[in-house]
Each structure stands twice: as C-alpha cells, then as structure tokens.
Design a protein around this ligand. Structure first.
Ligand SMILES: C[S@@+](CC[C@H](N)C(=O)[O-])C[C@H]1O[C@@H](n2cnc3c(N)ncnc32)[C@H](O)[C@@H]1O
Length: 266
C-alpha cells in the first residue's frame, strides 16, 4: 500500500469504528424488539388487548379517598409466605373485597385452600364457596393436550400442586360455607351452577387447553353483573398469557396493574 493509502485508511478508521458500532447497536435493538415480541406473544406495535387498569376501574369500591383506600375495602387477610402457589397479598386482598358482596363464589384450583379460606372468611354469612382441585387420588384424571408443547410442564406442576391432603379452611368456623370438589375441571359439569355465581376465580391448570375449558365453564356459571377473575396473567404462564391475549380481542378484559389478575364483568 502506498503512503497515501495508509494515510487514507488511518483517516477513515474513526468512521469505520463508528459504522461498526451503529451496526452492532442495530443488531442489539432488533434482537431486543424480537425478544420482547416473542415474550408478549403479539405483534410489536399492537396495543395490548388486555387493558391495564387500576383497582378502581374494576370496582368503584376501590376508589381511593384523600387518605387512601376506604374502610369499605377492609378485609381479613393472611400473608403469603411465597412457599406455595397462591395469590399475592394484594391479589388476595382484591379478591377478598370482591367476595364481601358475593353470595356464590366458585374457584378453579384450591391448592392449600388459603385463598378459598379468605374468600369464605370475607364473604357474607350466608355465602357459599365451591372449589375444585385435583388431589393425590384424582390426579390421574388430568388430561394433557398432546399438541401443546407446554403440556408436560403443566401436567408436572398439576401433580406437584395437587399434593394437599388437608386444606387451610378445615376445622375453621367458615368450613361449613365451603364445598370441596375433587376432580378434573375438564370432567366437571357446570350445569347446576349456570348463571348463579357472583365471582368465579380461575386458578387451576395453566395449560392453554385448561384455561380455555375453565373459562368457557366460568362464563356459563357467572350471573349477569358478576365477575370472572383469572390468576397468573404473565408471559411465564404461556397458556394463560396466550389465551387471555386472544380472548381480549372479543371480550373486554382488565389487567389489574401490579398484580397477575385479569378481570371481566359480565
Ligand atoms: C396455582 S394452584 C391454586 C392456588 C389457589 N387458587 C390459591 O390461590 O391458593 C393450582 C391448583 O389447581 C389444581 N389443578 C391443576 N390442574 C387441575 C385440573 N385439571 N382440574 C382441577 N384442578 C386442577 C391443582 O391441584 C392446584 O390445587
């Protein structure tokens, strides 16, 4: 290379480095956007079909006053240790307040029965809480969907979470309000509950086919003016995430900010 060529190359070096950095940055941004799109499971520039809302948009009882939430939102609560699959303290509080005016509540997925207990504890004296779960004796009823790549994962989780041999509410003064069903929600006949539930809480198997099954049943069970609430709306629970993002295109769904709860009013 001639001396002129060397001088030219040296002069162009900063431009070459800058160009390389821009190209690297572009690759990084493209990867980041693709990854975000993959996790969200919807087109990049699409608005979420599940609208983020404050608790007050779900129910005016949650409208804060100058001193914060009113005493109407007082509820009995037991903290979440984080050791079992259950609702966070905020989620349990929101559900408990909703239970205060409910006469019939249905829960898909009991686990330890902590949320079942809180729903019954906060509901009026004459209220009824019905909850369905798989148990060590009924776990073989679980019906995996062979077409779902997540199927085996959720079947294993269902087995782990169906180990309870006793429930939180047993022996308490609200146990009489609670009816425990042991069995698979795909086998569950919701007909006797049609149009009768004030609140249906969907927190059973998070596999797509189960979220779809439980939602169809919940919509038949809820009465006019009642609410259906889903738990675990998060990309980590792909079945719940994908199903609710699809459903949100035809049914108004509200995602309560700061929680994994999604609510619809019928
Ligand atoms: C996430 S836990 C429920 C937590 C509970 N709702 C709470 O807030 O404490 C999931 C529950 O769903 C139950 N479950 C899983 N698959 C089910 C199925 N196919 N039918 C009925 N219950 C199922 C499990 O046995 C487990 O009790």
């Amino acid at each position: 290379m001639s001396a002129d060529g060397i001088v030219l190359t040296i002069a162009a070096l900063p431009w070459l480095i800058a160009g390389g950095s821009v190209a690297l940055a572009l690759v990084g941004v493209t990867y980041g956007l693709r990854e975000r799109q993959r996790r969200k499971g919807r087109p990049l520039l699409d608005r979420s079909p599940v609208r983020p809302v404050s608790p007050a948009e779900v129910d005016p009882v949650f409208t804060p006053g100058p001193l914060g939430y009113s005493r109407e939102t007082e509820a009995v609560l037991i903290g979440d240790t984080g050791a079992t699959a259950t609702t966070s303290d905020t989620e349990a509080w929101l559900l408990s307040v909703m239970a205060k005016r409910a006469r019939r509540i249905f829960e898909f997925g009991t686990c330890t029965g902590r949320t079942t207990y809180l729903l019954a504890r906060n509901a009026p004296a004459a209220a009824e809480v019905v909850t369905i779960t798989l148990s060590p004796e009924t776990i073989e009823q679980y019906q995996p969907d062979g077409d779902d790549p997540e199927s085996a994962r959720w079947a294993a989780i269902a087995t782990r979470e169906s180990a309870a041999s006793r429930f939180f509410y047993e022996g308490t003064d609200v146990a009489a309000k609670i009816t425990q069903i042991l069995g698979d929600s795909k086998n569950f006949d919701e007909t006797p509950f049609a149009g009768s539930c004030d609140l249906v809480f969907i927190d059973g198997s998070h596999a797509y086919s189960y979220v779809k099954n439980d939602t169809a049943k919940a919509f038949r069970m809820v009465r006019r003016g009642g609410a259906v609430v889903w738990h675990d709306f998060s990309p980590a629970c792909a079945g719940v995430w994908r199903y609710l993002n699809e459903l949100g295109r035809t049914v108004p769904l509200m995602h309560v900010r700061g929680t994994r709860l999604v609510v619809t009013k019928r």
